[in-house]
Write a protein that binds this ligand. Structure first.
Ligand SMILES: Nc1ncnc2c1ncn2[C@@H]1O[C@H](COP(=O)(O)OP(=O)(O)O)[C@@H](O)[C@H]1O
Ligand SMILES: [Mg+2]
Length: 398
């Protein structure tokens, strides 16, 4: 019952270890943006399970603490940003509206928000355009002629400008958080960059903070040449030894439980410092131990259970989404990768190993990228998005 650990996607860890620098940096960003000073926003990138979502949520918490208006979305492949952004902005407006002294100004912004949302045009497979029913929870009439041109970049710039002005009246700002940002299309990423660029030139207090897989910075750079000047790229990675220990020790200390040094050695060997694994192994080890301090024997006893749980929940759930051809492709990748299979492999080597022409493997590669199992930061190379995935596949019988 007292087990403090929290394995699971987006699960808030009992101790957010090793992220102090990012949190401090974001405090400065919020302060500068609220003051209308030039400042780059933040984009987090890294493999699955390193703690991007959790860090993004913590950054949002900092903005909320400063009474900023905030909203968050999770991007999906082949879904336009417009409606999710409208909903996130709506949440941010609601957070500042009740403190604003001029209800007419609030209504004006709500009207623009509505017209922005109504600008959503979806195209079905036959190319027929239709407008979705929009519900963003405001009963204000849409304002004609603002943020409704249909051009996402222009509309975002107008919407963001009006919302930022509203927040500025209160001496605060607006922060929009976008998780799984690599799933936003290049075109829409470009529109988003364009709007952010415009806002930063005005010194308007609005930031877009993103998180996504390791190739997100590359995707942003491909969408707009000046993306690098808009965002500070933060690589979210494995925890160094001292921080991995901290992630285990601090929550245990809260329950008057300690670890023997050898147990911590063994846990780091198993988890490699990957936050998801730290939580997963920490949890089963706690359950296996009968007394404090937790010992290396407890870790060894618990490890197979942790592996089983990861095989089902972390690795297997993803592997199951792949087609047979995609699975062959990944097994070949796993065979070529060194260490735990987290290394980058060239598509030429994969083709050679499968005795196929590289072009004939493009569908499998593209499918895996779309499913978020594989990423490519550099032309002609691929790598797994999930740490230790290569090792996991090598232990599976085909
Ligand atoms: N800094 C950290 N210290 C300890 N545990 C963490 C940390 N960051 C994340 N975790 C844990 O790791 C797991 C994965 O976090 P998540 O944010 O979902 O990763 P990602 O979004 O990168 O896939 C969660 O169980 C979370 O509690
Ligand atoms: Mg995540």
């Amino acid at each position: 019952m007292r087990n403090p650990y929290a394995p699971g996607a987006g699960q808030r860890p009992p101790e957010l270890a090793g992220r102090d620098r990012e949190l401090r940096q974001f405090e400065v960003t919020l302060e500068r943006v609220a003051g209308g000073r030039p400042e780059r926003s933040m984009v987090l990138s890294g493999l699955r399970g390193v703690g991007k979502t959790v860090l993004l949520n913590a950054l949002r918490g900092q903005a909320v603490k400063r009474a900023w208006g905030t909203g968050k979305i999770e991007a999906r492949p082949e879904q336009s940003l417009r409606l999710p952004v409208a909903q996130a902005v709506n949440a941010a407006v609601r957070e500042v509206a009740h403190r604003h002294r001029d209800p007419d100004r609030v209504d004006a912004v709500a009207g623009v928000l509505k017209s922005f949302a109504l600008g959503t045009r979806l195209e079905d497979r036959k190319g027929i355009r239709w407008q979705p029913a929009v519900s963003i929870g405001t009963d204000v009439a849409a304002t004609k002629g603002r943020a409704d041109s249909g051009d996402l970049e222009l509309d975002l710039a107008e919407l963001f400008t009006d919302v930022a002005d509203l927040a500025r009246d209160l001496g605060v700002g607006v922060a929009i958080f976008i998780d799984e940002m690599q799933d936003v299309s290049t075109e829409e990423l470009g529109a988003l960059c364009g709007a952010c660029h415009e806002l930063s030139q005005q010194g308007a207090p609005l930031v877009v903070v993103g998180a996504g897989l390791p190739h997100l910075p590359v995707a942003l750079a491909a969408s707009r040449s000046y993306a690098e000047r808009l965002f500070r790229y933060v690589a979210v990675d494995r925890l160094p030894r001292a921080m991995a220990d901290r992630a285990l020790l601090v929550p245990a200390g809260g329950e008057d439980v300690d670890y023997e040094a050898a147990a911590l050695d063994e846990l780091y060997r198993l988890t490699d410092g990957y936050p998801y694994f730290v939580q997963a192994y920490g949890k089963v080890t706690w359950d296996a131990a009968i007394a404090s301090p937790i010992r290396v024997a407890d870790v060894r006893e618990a490890a197979p259970e942790a592996e089983r749980e990861l095989a089902v929940g972390f690795f297997g759930a993803r592997f199951d989404r792949a087609t047979p051809a995609e699975r062959d492709y990944m097994r070949t990748m796993a065979g070529l990768g060194v260490d735990n299979g987290d290394s980058v492999v060239t598509t030429a080597d994969i083709a050679r190993a499968l005795v196929r022409r590289p072009q004939s493997l493009s569908p499998a590669r593209d499918g895996l990228i779309k499913k978020g199992l594989v990423y490519s930061s550099e032309r002609g190379t691929v790598a797994f998005t999930v740490p230790h995935f290569g090792r996991f596949l090598r232990t599976q019988r085909p």
